[in-house]
Every structure is written in structure tokens, then in C-alpha cells.
Design a protein around this ligand. Structure first.
Ligand SMILES: NC(=O)c1ccc[n+]([C@@H]2O[C@H](COP(=O)([O-])OP(=O)(O)OC[C@H]3O[C@@H](n4cnc5c(N)ncnc54)[C@H](OP(=O)(O)O)[C@@H]3O)[C@@H](O)[C@H]2O)c1
Length: 322
């Protein structure tokens, strides 16, 4: 099961209490599935019991449950529309979740913490593929700068707790994710879930064409959430350093080719139209994953297989819509 065995074991998960914040989400549910293969106790708290934006409640919960390790896969997440329409919610919720969990984990005596950020922390005009040292070298993409600033703050919180308190807190920046348990809401979904739903609807209604936003030319990177989860477990065990790491496949694909792959997986046989009145965004977004690869971890799940698993989950009612 373990991939990338080149590194020494720095944190042994066996017998540890590991709290996965955001366990119902796309990333968090994959991490819970992956951790089930480790001999650790997995702690979770539904949002109804614990709202992570509430500092006192979050710190109380952490002190009561005393996790040995914390993985932060909770966040207020959404696509371009939601980021642009609700900037105050995106910055306040994500700042609060990061601060409450990182400070709370330290106060509760957690020995290891992994905070997940996002590739949107990088400047709009970062070199491609984007290396970790491109952080804070230029202005952010304006549509999601609110979310990005909160995620950058979480990186700095981990660094600060390591510097001041010697805490073994690390952070990692995943590329675009897809997979089981994704969010299929019309306004809040990301590209993979939005396309799966649209092509599925097109197949069911025998649509002559399904429309994809933009020209289809921009190139993007997509990582299966189960690959992300495997990388998270690898980093929990084998990585301890102030520098955050990118997590991705290291390969990009045009939106048009990605859409065609989704259509194949879904079994949609109509035409694919491109709405060129919609914005394309940057021509390329690809993470430089050479640091992670050198540590001994690389993505393994082929796009077709990952998408097929996501679609099977969607058909079985496994996705969310909110
Ligand atoms: N999806 C991507 O493409 C992507 C790409 C790069 C990085 N990431 C990283 O992965 C993290 C998770 O993303 P995701 O795609 O898995 O998002 P998601 O599917 O929306 O899951 C987010 C999780 O956070 C929980 N949550 C949000 N606000 C909360 C609150 N106030 N209190 C308690 N729980 C709360 C949600 O709980 P409910 O289930 O109750 O809503 C959900 O379980 C993000 O923050 C980001 O750092 C994601």
C-alpha cells in the first residue's frame, strides 16, 4: 500500500489518534479511506457538532479529544463564481478554520499537523510549472485572492509554530482535485464535478450538444483525491520541514481534452460545444512537483480510472450538492 519508501519514517501513525478535519469533503473522505489502511484511530467531528470557524468550540474539542496528529482538509471551498460572489465568507471562514485548528492543535499537544492549501496561492503570472518558491512573488489572481490569502496565512502559521515552538506542522498545496464524494452543486462545484454532471445530464436527456465554458484551450492539472490522500499519508510519515510542498500529477491537459475524457467516461455521445463568451482564465496552470517526486512519491491513478470511479460514485448517489 505504501508508495515512495525512499524516506525514513519520521512520524509513526501506528496507534496514534489522527483527527481529520473536513472528513466529509472530497479531500477529507479520501484521507479517511486511506488512513483506514494504517493502524491508527481516526477522529472526526461533524459540522453540526463542531463549527471550525468558532475558536472556543474548536479549541475545547481539540483539548477534550487530544489527537496526536491533525490533518486539515476542512475549508470553505468553491469555484470562480462562488469565490467572486462571496469574498468575505471565503476569507473569514478559511482564516478562522486555519487559525483555530493550527493554534488549537498546538495547545492540545498534537505532535504532527498537515494543513492543505491550494494551487491558487501562487501569483497570477507565476512561471509554469509553478515551483514552491514562486509564493509571494507577484499579485494573486483577483477572483480567488480572498481564499488564497487565507491559505497563505495557514502556510505561515505552520511555519511560525515550527519556528517559535518547534512544532512538527507541515503544509501541502494540492492541484485541482476530482473523485468520489465531490460537490455537484451548480454554483459551488469545480470543473471536474461540473463537467461530470453536465455530460451525465446530456446523456440522460439525449442532448445534441453539451456546452463547456471558454475555448477549451487552457491547460489544467487534475489529481484524483485518492492519490492526494496517499500523498498526505506519505508526508505525515516521511516529511518534516518548514517548506510546504506541491502535490499534483506534474502533467496538464487541455480543458477540451479533459471534457472529451469526461464525456467518454460518462458515455455521452453528442457534440461538445465551447462557449467562447465565457472567460478562459490563465492559459496554463500546472504545479512543479519535482520536490515531492524526489522524496519518492508520485501520482499513480490514471485520469480515466479516477474519473470512472468518481462517475460510479455519482451514479450511486455518493456526491454532494450544496
Ligand atoms: N477540491 C479541490 O480541487 C482542491 C484543490 C486544491 C486544494 N484543496 C484543498 O482541500 C481542502 C478541502 O477541499 P475539498 O474539495 O475536499 O472541499 P469540500 O469537499 O467542500 O470539503 C470541505 C470540508 O470542510 C468542511 N467544512 C467547511 N467549513 C466547515 C466549518 N465551518 N466547520 C466544520 N467543517 C467545515 C465541510 O463540511 P460539510 O461536509 O459539513 O460541508 C467539508 O467536509 C480545501 O480547503 C483546500 O485546502 C481542494
Amino acid at each position: 500500500m505504501e508508495r515512495g519508501l525512499a524516506q525514513p519514517l519520521l512520524f509513526d501513525l501506528r496507534g496514534k489518534r489522527v483527527y481529520v478535519a473536513g472528513h466529509n469533503g472530497l479531500a477529507g473522505s479520501a484521507i479517511v479511506r486511506r488512513l483506514a489502511g494504517e493502524a491508527c484511530e481516526i477522529l472526526t467531528a461533524p459540522r453540526q457538532t463542531l463549527d471550525l470557524t468558532q475558536q472556543a468550540d474548536t479549541e475545547r474539542w481539540l483539548v477534550q479529544h487530544k489527537p496526536d496528529a491533525v490533518i486539515i482538509a476542512a475549508g470553505h471551498v468553491g469555484g470562480i463564481y462562488a469565490n467572486d460572489a462571496y469574498p468575505a465568507d471565503f476569507i473569514t471562514d478559511n482564516l478562522a478554520i486555519g487559525l483555530n485548528l493550527i493554534r488549537g492543535a498546538h495547545r492540545a499537544g498534537a505532535k504532527k499537523l498537515l494543513a492543505l492549501g491550494s494551487s491558487c496561492i501562487y501569483p497570477k503570472l507565476a512561471p509554469q510549472p509553478m515551483p514552491e518558491d514562486a509564493l509571494l512573488t507577484g499579485p494573486l489572481e483577483p477572483t480567488n485572492e480572498w481564499y488564497a490569502v487565507a491559505k497563505i496565512a495557514a502556510i505561515k502559521l505552520c511555519e511560525a509554530y515550527r519556528k517559535q515552538h518547534g512544532a512538527d506542522f507541515i503544509s501541502a498545496m494540492p492541484t485541482n482535485l476530482y473523485g468520489r464524494g465531490d460537490n455537484y452543486h451548480a454554483d459551488n462545484s469545480h470543473v471536474p464535478a461540473a463537467l461530470l454532471r453536465r455530460f451525465h445530464d446530456g446523456k440522460v436527456s439525449n442532448a445534441a450538444a453539451v456546452t463547456v465554458w471558454g475555448t477549451g484551450k487552457p491547460r489544467r492539472e487534475f489529481l484524483c483525491a485518492d492519490d492526494l490522500a496517499d500523498a498526505c499519508v506519505f508526508l505525515m510519515k516521511h516529511y518534516s520541514a518548514p517548506e510546504f510542498l506541491n502535490i499534483g500529477t506534474g502533467q496538464d491537459i487541455s480543458v477540451a481534452d479533459f471534457a472529451a475524457e469526461v464525456a467518454r467516461v460518462v458515455g455521452y455521445r453528442g457534440a461538445i460545444a465551447f462557449d467562447t463568451t465565457r472567460p478562459d482564465g490563465p492559459p496554463q496552470k500546472l504545479l512543479d512537483v519535482s520536490k515531492l517526486n524526489r522524496l519518492g512519491w508520485s501520482a499513480k491513478i490514471p485520469l480515466h480510472d479516477g474519473l470512472a470511479a468518481a462517475y460510479a460514485d455519482f451514479l450511486a448517489g455518493g456526491g454532494r450538492s450544496r
